[in-house]
Design a protein around this ligand. Structure first.
Ligand code: GTP
Ligand code: MG
Length: 150
């Protein structure tokens, strides 16, 4: 089944939104298969955001992301990469619909409280970067899955 890398950024952790964000993925029916709290280095974050190197906001982005611990998670389920991005809302919270995480809890693009992989391939890379090359995910069954999936 499909997996995605979801991260609660330092502002989300500081603002006490960890439980709220995890709860939204849980209530949707997705399955948490890996999770840890990490205070990432700037070097690590430069790798995570390698695609954005050269953007004017890149130094500020790396500094913001290194300013405190983040919650690194892997979520699993049908279409979870795309649906996870939908749960987060648009990158710029001012363009995020109410009912999304950013649309409900954020205002500035530079303080948008969460991250989600944008494709299955980037999810694989991000999971390896944050959790190591060895598959970090926990394999377990949930009784509720017969009520979530047809
Ligand atoms: P993520 O899920 O966080 O990866 O967001 P995204 O995929 O919707 O956007 P993208 O990967 O292009 O940008 C990554 C992050 O950089 C965003 O979530 C923002 O935190 C930050 N960012 C993107 N564009 C801007 C910008 O114009 N200004 C500032 N200050 N930050 C930006
Ligand atoms: Mg992105």
């Amino acid at each position: 089944t499909e997996q995605t890398y979801i991260m609660i950024k330092p502002d989300g952790v500081q603002r006490g939104l960890t439980g709220e964000i995890i709860g939204r993925f849980e209530r949707r029916g997705y399955k948490l298969v890996a999770m840890k709290l990490v205070h990432a280095s700037q070097e690590h974050l430069e790798k995570h955001y390698a695609d954005l190197k050269g953007k004017p906001f890149f130094p500020g982005l790396v500094k913001y992301m290194a300013s405190g611990p983040v919650v690194a998670m892997v979520w699993e389920g049908k279409d979870v990469v795309k649906q996870g991005r939908a749960l987060l809302g648009a990158t710029n919270p001012l363009a995020s619909a109410p009912g999304t995480i950013r649309g409900d809890f954020a205002i500035d693009v530079g303080r948008n409280i969460c991250h989600g992989s944008d494709a299955v391939e980037s999810a694989k890379k991000e999971i390896a970067l944050w959790f190591g090359e060895q598959n970090p995910t926990i394999n377990y069954t949930r009784a509720v899955d017969t009520w979530v999936y047809e």
